[in-house]
Design a protein around this ligand. Structure first.
Ligand code: WQD
Length: 347
């Protein structure tokens, strides 16, 4: 029998967490999901079992419950933690800032306290090892593109502010206790779904992000896409982003855990390095799906930037990782998921 390392995935039932579950399983790890299903669906567990042939180990609860997290770490003799759990809707964070500061910063503090007690306390079996889901949002409105990790950071909404504060908190903890091994992953724009079509993005309510909006228009749930801004200083006037297939992103977490096992901490961009405009995405999606996506160009969305794409070369050097899947595959996989599950996991 393989000696599998147990990895705790907080928020492991969510969009990126569930894809990372599959990637870790395939890489020979034993992932354990901690989730309270506040923004995910228990049906994902069944789907994960169908993909991996193994019923996922679930610990149902909230990261804010430090004693619970501590017990979970001990129960499964966890070797490393990937911290996905958190609230992630930019607009909601402006309306409900305390929800975001409480869940995201409070959640991170709770998790770090539990990890400190277990991994730096008596009877520890491993160094405290953490991979954190950060975001390209920490670059605010970048002065130039592509973006390297040493670009100045800023925030324009409470969601982004929480990512920045947590990054700083992790740096301070590492400085105080050098035994910590911390990998900070700054995601660009994750899209797509597992090739099986069994798991994918299932946003609650009206999607905030482009790809799920496009797929919901294509499947007939919404009449048309509003393209936010046609007058940006970009080739076709619409916003340019670095869309990355969620499977590539998941592979980045496996690579991050492997890199941390040799000790050094890091902060890296996870992107493709290639920017696409909103209209390029719409066209690629129409090609991949064979469906029309009616759209109308409307005013810019407050807080949006013209262009945002990564220089992913540091991740290649530090993790030996690079994105492999192109826009066509992202669109085809997003469509397979949406068309097979028109109402998401509730279908
Ligand atoms: C992409 C492009 C829009 C919707 C946000 C957060 C970031 C991260 C991911 C997550 C932009 C345009 C979108 C629509 C449109 N957070 N668009 N019509 O804004 O790059 O990043 O989500 O956890 O922190 O800021 O992603 O998918 O919302 O937008 O025209 O209905 O699509 O203007 O150019 P964004 P997005």
């Amino acid at each position: 029998m393989k000696n599998e390392q147990a990895i705790l995935l907080t928020g492991g039932a969510g969009y990126i967490g569930s894809h990372t579950f599959v990637a870790l399983h395939e890489a020979g790890f034993a992932p354990v999901i901690l989730d309270d299903f506040s923004n995910s669906h228990p049906a994902v567990l069944d789907r994960l079992e169908r993909i991996t042939g193994r019923a996922p180990v679930l610990e149902r609860g909230n990261v804010l419950d430090t004693a619970f997290v501590e017990a979970v770490l001990r129960r499964h003799r966890i070797a490393g933690v990937v911290h996905f759990a958190g609230s992630k809707a930019v607009g909601e964070s402006v309306a409900q800032p305390l929800k975001y500061f409480g869940n995201n910063i409070g959640g991170a503090i709770s998790l770090l306290r539990a990890m400190e007690a277990v991994f730096l306390g008596p009877g520890s079996w491993a160094p405290p090892t953490l991979v954190f889901s950060s975001s390209a949002t920490v670059y605010g409105d970048p002065a130039t593109v592509p973006i390297t990790e040493d670009f100045p950071r800023s925030h324009t909404n409470p969601y982004g502010h929480t990512k920045l504060v947590i990054e700083d908190m992790l740096a301070a903890v590492r400085q105080a206790q050098p035994a910590w091994r911390v990998g900070v992953l700054r995601y660009f724009n994750p899209v797509g779904a597992h090739a099986s079509g069994l798991i994918g993005e299932d946003p609650a309510g009206i999607p905030n992000n482009l790809m799920p909006y496009v797929t919901q228009v294509a499947v007939g749930l919404r009449p048309q896409l509003s393209v936010f801004g046609g007058d940006y200083p970009t080739p076709d006037g619409t916003g340019v982003r670095d869309y990355i297939h969620v499977d590539d992103l998941a592979a980045g977490h496996v690579a991050a855990l492997r890199a941390l096992s040799s000790g050094a901490s890091f902060t890296v961009n996870l992107g493709t390095g290639q920017g696409y405009s909103v209209l390029q995405v719409v066209r690629a999606f129409e090609q991949a799906s064979g469906r029309k996506v009616p759209y109308q160009v409307v005013a810019r969305r407050a807080g949006d930037v013209a262009q945002c794409y990564a220089d992913p070369s540091l991740a290649k050097r530090v993790l030996g990782w690079q994105a492999r899947k192109g826009l066509e595959e992202m669109c085809a996989d997003a469509w397979r998921w949406q068309s097979g599950n028109p109402k998401g996991y509730a279908t």
